[in-house]
Ligand binder design. Structure first.
Ligand code: GLU
Ligand code: MG
Length: 442
C-alpha cells in the first residue's frame, strides 16, 4: 500500500496544487522546508532537489554543502489552511549525499535503520505518542507571553476552557490531513492541552508528530495564541510530556501480549521493558534534549524521575496501561515534546530490542507511589533516578554503545557539540533565582 510517484503527480494535478513544501528535520527535530513550484515536482520526486546542508544545524560543513532531498511519496498531503486555488502540499524527505548514499546525519534515516534492525528480528514497531502543549497569549507585538488563556484543569470544559475553539480547529485540520484523532482534552495545568491520535508504525508516527507540532502552532497563531511544546514553561505547575506508547508487532499480532503469562505480558515485552530501563539514563539526552527538559523531570508533577515500571501508577518511568490483546503496550513516560521524534523512537527501539536480544528480565513492577518513598526506601528497592541535567545525561549517553550506535557517529558528534555549548551558555548565566536568594544575604 501507499502512494507511488505517479499517484503524487496525479493528486497534485487533481487538487490544483501550485507549491510543494519539501520537508525534513535537522538533528534537533526542527522542521525545515524548501518550497518548490509544482513544475519542479517530477524532478523533485526523482530526488534531484538540492539544498545547502551547511545552513542546517548539525548537518555538514560549508565545503561539503550540497545535499539531496528524496521525498517519500506516502507523505503527500495538502495544507488545509492554505487557499484551495493554488493549493500547497508537502512531502517529507530523506536526506541523501550527492553521490546517492543516505546521509548519516538524517534523523529520519537513523529511524529507518533502527526499524530495519527490528525487521531483521521479525518485528515492526508501533508508536503512540501523547504530546502535551500550552496555549499562551501573545503580546501587542505578537510575541509569546507566559499568560495562559484560561484557568481550567484536567478534562474541564467551556466556558472555562477558552482554548476550546483553537483545539477544535486543530483537531479539524489534523483530521483533514489524515490524522485519526482519538481524543482531545484539557490537561492538568491551566492553558495545557493534549490531542491524542491513533498509533501507527514508528516512521509514519515520527512524521505525524513533526506535522502535529507544526499544525498546532500554526492554528494557535490563527487564534492569536502561541502554542508551546517547551517541557516546563512555568515553575510550580505540570510540565508537558510526550509519553510514548510502544509495542512490537509480528504481522498483525501484538508480540507483547501473552494471555497465559503473568501480567499477560510476553517474555519479549518484559525484556523490552528491561532494555528500556537499562538504557534510559543514556537515551534521556535524546528524549529530553533541552536544559528545560530537566525542570520537568522532578517529583510531584506526574512526570517520571525514577527508573522503575508499574502496571498502574503514574510515578515510574514505564507504565503498562490496562489494555491487553492488540492494545498491549509499554508507555514510556519520560520523553518530552521538545525531542526529535525520529531519534527518540530510534533510541527507545534500540534499547528495547537490546533487552530482547540479551533476554533481560526486569525487576518486579513497583506498584507503590515512588514519590512518597524516602531516599533510603528507594535504595532498598534498588530504584535509580533519571539524569538530573542535560550535562549528566550526555555523560550517561557517552558510556552506552547501544544508544550511540543507533544515533550514528555523525549525529552523536554534532549533538554533543551543540549541547555542550548550550549547557555552557546556561551555566554561566546568572539567573533571577540566584539574585533573589543571594544578593541580600551575602
Ligand atoms: N504532564 C505530565 C507530564 O509531564 C503528564 C500528565 C499525564 O499523565 O497525562 O508527563
Ligand atoms: Mg497527558
Amino acid at each position: 500500500m501507499g502512494f507511488t510517484n505517479e499517484d503524487v503527480l496525479r493528486m497534485a494535478e487533481e487538487m490544483n496544487v501550485k507549491f510543494i513544501r519539501m520537508q525534513f528535520t535537522d538533528i534537533f527535530g526542527i522542521l525545515k522546508n524548501v518550497s518548490i513550484p509544482v513544475s519542479q515536482l517530477p524532478k523533485a520526486l526523482e530526488g534531484e532537489i538540492q539544498f545547502d546542508g551547511s545552513s542546517i544545524e548539525g548537518f555538514v560543513r560549508i565545503e561539503e554543502s550540497d545535499m539531496n532531498l528524496r521525498p517519500d511519496p506516502n507523505s503527500f498531503v495538502l495544507f488545509p489552511w492554505r487557499p484551495k486555488d493554488g493549493a500547497v502540499a508537502r512531502l517529507i524527505c530523506d536526506v541523501y549525499n550527492p553521490d546517492g548514499t543516505p546521509f548519516e546525519g538524517c534523523p529520519r534515516g537513523r529511524l529507518r535503520i533502527a526499524i530495519e534492525e527490528a525487521e531483521k528480528m521479525g518485528y515492526s514497531m508501533n508508536a503512540g505518542p501523547e504530546a502535551e502543549f500550552f496555549l499562551f497569549h501573545t503580546d501587542a507585538d505578537g510575541r509569546p507571553t507566559l499568560v495562559t488563556h484560561d484557568q481550567a484543569g484536567y478534562f474541564d470544559l467551556t466556558p472555562v476552557d477558552l482554548g476550546e475553539n483553537a483545539r477544535r480547529d486543530m483537531v479539524m485540520t489534523l483530521t483533514d490531513m489524515g490524522f485519526d484523532i482519538e481524543a482531545s482534552h484539557h490537561e492538568v495545568a491551566p492553558g495545557q492541552h493534549e490531542i491524542d491520535f491513533k498509533y501507527d508504525d514508528a516512521l509514519t508516527m515520527a512524521d505525524s508528530l513533526v506535522t502535529f507540532r507544526f499544525v498546532v502552532r500554526t492554528v494557535a497563531q490563527q487564534h492569536g495564541l502561541t502554542a508551546s511544546f517547551m517541557p516546563k514553561p512555568i515553575f510550580g505547575i505540570n510540565g508537558s510530556g510526550m509519553h510514548v506508547n510502544q509495542s512490537l508487532f509480528a504481522g498483525d499480532k501484538n508480540v507483547f501480549f501473552d494471555p497465559d503469562s503473568k501480567y499477560q505480558l510476553s517474555k519479549e515485552a518484559l525484556s523490552y521493558i528491561a532494555g528500556i530501563m537499562e538504557h534510559a539514563p543514556a537515551f534521556t539526552a535524546i528524549t529530553n534534549p533541552t536544559i528545560n527538559s530537566y525542570k520537568r523531570l522532578v517529583p510531584g508533577y506526574e512526570a517520571p524521575v525514577y527508573i522503575a515500571w508499574s502496571q498502574r501508577n503514574r510515578s515510574p518511568l514505564i507504565r503498562i496501561p490496562a489494555r491487553r490483546g492488540l492494545g498491549t503496550r509499554v508507555e514510556v513516560r519520560s520523553p518530552d515534546p521538545s525531542c526529535n521524534p525520529y531519534l527518540a523512537f530510534a533510541v527507545m527501539l534500540a534499547a528495547g530490542l537490546d533487552g530482547i536480544k540479551r533476554n533481560l528480565t526486569p525487576p518486579p513492577p513497583e506498584e507503590g507511589n515512588i514519590f512518597a518513598m524516602s531516599a533510603e526506601e528507594r535504595v532498598r528497592h534498588n530504584i535509580p533516578s533519571l539524569p538530573g541535567s542535560i550535562e549528566e545525561a550526555l555523560k550517561e549517553l557517552e558510556k552506552d554503545q547501544v544508544i550511540l550506535d543507533s544515533l550514528g557517529e555523525h549525529i552523536w558528534n554534532r549533538f554533543r557539540e551543540a549541547k555542550i555549548i548550550e549547557w555552557d551558555l546556561y551555566r554561566t548565566q546568572v539567573h533571577k533565582w540566584e539574585v533573589d536568594r543571594y544578593l541580600a544575604k551575602f
